[in-house]
Design a binder for this molecule. Structure first.
Ligand code: FES
Length: 157
């Protein structure tokens, strides 16, 4: 059963005081909880946050299911999110994604056998001028080629 660490709980409580409504603290609270739950938000996490924040689980689920930056399934130690929106799409994004999946021997939204990587296609990551790009955990990598992306990923393993 998931429970926030004392430090995580303090962060969520601080966010709850920051805004006029508790609902406004859902996004920061989800970020804290996701980080403490190996990169994803389970039903247990939602239940715990609802209890801590004194709001219905449905309120948290509305936010959780809307934003792709929250993972509702387990992810690898390194979660590779490849942008699939227009600028990245026309600048080599599909080939980039295909190459990464092939090299890591994993399908989209799956985790490698060793648990190290998972790969997802996401919407615009906000750096269209430097397409194609990917996000790996909290790091952003731009102007990628299939080779440069794999060099980055190999450097992590
Ligand atoms: S389209 Fe890929 S970062 Fe915007």
């Amino acid at each position: 059963m998931f429970e926030l660490s004392p430090a995580g709980l303090a962060k969520v409580q601080k966010e709850m005081k920051r805004y006029e409504t508790i609902e406004s603290a859902i996004i920061p609270a989800l970020f804290v909880a996701q980080k403490e739950n190996k990169g994803w938000v389970s039903e247990d996490v939602v239940r715990h946050l609802a209890k801590v924040m004194h709001i219905p689980e449905a309120k948290i689920n509305e936010v959780l299911k809307f934003y792709t930056m929250f993972n509702t399934k387990p992810v690898g130690q390194y979660h590779v999110q490849v942008c699939g929106t227009l600028s990245c799409h026309v600048n080599g994004g599909p080939a980039l994604m295909q190459h990464i999946c092939k090299e890591l021997r994993v399908s989209l939204d799956e985790i490698t056998k060793d648990g190290k990587f998972s790969v997802s296609r996401v919407e615009c990551l906000g750096s269209c001028g430097t397409a194609p790009m990917m996000q790996v955990n909290d790091s952003y990598h731009e102007n990628l080629t299939p080779e440069s992306a794999m060099n980055i990923l190999r450097g992590l393993s």
